[in-house]
Every structure is written in C-alpha cells, then in structure tokens.
Design a binder for this molecule. Sequence first.
Ligand code: LP5
Ligand code: MN
Length: 246
Amino acid sequence: MTMTTLFISDLHLSPSLPEITDCFVRFMRDEAIHADTLYVLGDLFDFWIGDDDRSEFANQIREEFKRLTSTGVDCYFTQGNRDFLIGKRFSADTGVSLLGDETVIDLYGKKAVILHGDTLCTQDIQYLKFRDIVHKPWLQWLFNRIPMFIKKKIVKKVQTDIHSDKQHKPLEIMDVTQSEVESVLDKYQVELMIHGHTHRPNIHKFGTIENQRTRIVLGDWYTQGSVLVFSKEGYALEQRPFHQKS
Ligand code: LP5
Ligand code: MN
C-alpha cells in the first residue's frame, strides 16, 4: 500500500455542529488510520478554551486522537487562531505532537513549510495586534488559571466584540500577502508551502521556471470534509461528503 500523509485544518469543531464532528470521526477511523502521518494545521476547534476543558465533547475529540496515535499513526498539530490555547496537556492526553508556528517537514524527499496561515495576512493589522496580545505567555498563564465558567464568559464577550470588527474588513485584507509568502519560502529555502486559515482552497503556482514555487491552501469543513492527500506519487486536495451514501 502507498504511504500517505494527510493534512486538514479549519474544521471548527463544536458540539453545536454534529455533522462536522461525524465527518471528522469517520475521517479519523476510516481514513487517517491507514495513513503514515496526519497534520492538523490549526482551527480544528471552533474555539479551544484550554486543556482543562473536560466536557464530553472535548473528551470525545481527545479519544479520536488517542485511538489514532496508539495505532501508530504520527500526528502533529499546529495551533490556529481559534485553538491557540492547545497545550502540553492536550498533547500528553492524546499522543499528538505540538508544532511551532512554522515548521519545515520532509514529504517523501520534498521539503515544505507548514503553518496555519494567519501570520501571512500581514494587511490585517488589527488581527495581528490582537494575536500579539493573546499570544503573550504571561496572559495565557493567567488565563489558564481562571475558573472555567469565568473563562467562558470572557471568551464570549471578546468574541462578540470582535465579530463586529470582522464584518467591516474588506475581503482582500483577509487573504495572504504574496510578498510575505515569498519571504517565508526564502527564509526556509523551500519551494512548497501548505497552510489553511483563509478558507480559499487552491493550489497556487508561481515563481520562475528555474524556481517553481507552490502554495497549497487547505479548505474548511463548513459543508464537507476537506483533505490534502500527499504521497510519493503526488498530491490532491479532496473533499469528503458529510453524508455517506448507504
Ligand atoms: O477565525 P475567523 O475567520 O472568524 O477570524 C479570524 C480573526 N479572529 C480571531 C478571533 C478569534 O476567533 C476569537 C478569539 C476569542 C478570544 C478570547 C480570548 C480570551 C483571552 C485569552 C488570553 C490568553 O482570531 C479575525 C481575522 C480573520 O481571522 C481573518 O484573518 O480578521 O481577526 C479579528 O477579527 C480580530 C479583530 O480585528 C481584532 C480587534 C481588536 C480587539 C482588541 C481587543 C484585545 C482583547 C484582548 C483579549 C484578552
Ligand atoms: Mn484560522
């Protein structure tokens, strides 16, 4: 059997949208289990409030990863802007390895840089300011020690305040900045980038003939599952229907 590496992002899993969770569970049990490696490139959750979330839903998702890693599938996680509070405890609970914001990986002899994608949107200055704040280690340290019911209130408040801000942003500023993409590729000396976040699934080819570059953008899971399947033979952005034909 050919070995494959799978990439997913932007599922936005939440207890209020069981269709997405069902599709994810099927993907984990029927597909990811046969893969070599699974990379989750952020925003797996609609919001991850902290590794102390022991709700039935959070436990259900932990179980799926535990099941996968215990069968020997390597599993890696890059934080997104909605699950930047995933931490060491989640990793210990599930066997999933946490990656930094940008990671260079080897895909069957081809090097690639993988990231969530939010940091590529350099025109979205308001967001990047917000990101700097919520990534401050001391603030996260503090937040992680607040009782759950208070954390939930804070998140709800911040989410509503911010939601109205996003409504007024032009669509262009929420896409990646091409010069930033190129400087990240330059920094790591690689020709391939894989990211999510923008919900604009696509395969972009650019650069020169001698220096062909590729940027693969993963899709979201709003209306179907979305997977990048990578093997030695090549790669494809694929969709998985929410409802299986019976
Ligand atoms: O994911 P998507 O597409 O909806 O939007 C993102 C950006 N939005 C976010 C916000 C998060 O989803 C919600 C976070 C709730 C956080 C609770 C914090 C609890 C404290 C934790 C402390 C450790 O990521 C959106 C981007 C969009 O992607 C496209 O790239 O535009 O960004 C925003 O809308 C952000 C606003 O522009 C920022 C407004 C400034 C508000 C500053 C308030 C500072 C609050 C500090 C909180 C402690
Ligand atoms: Mn995102």
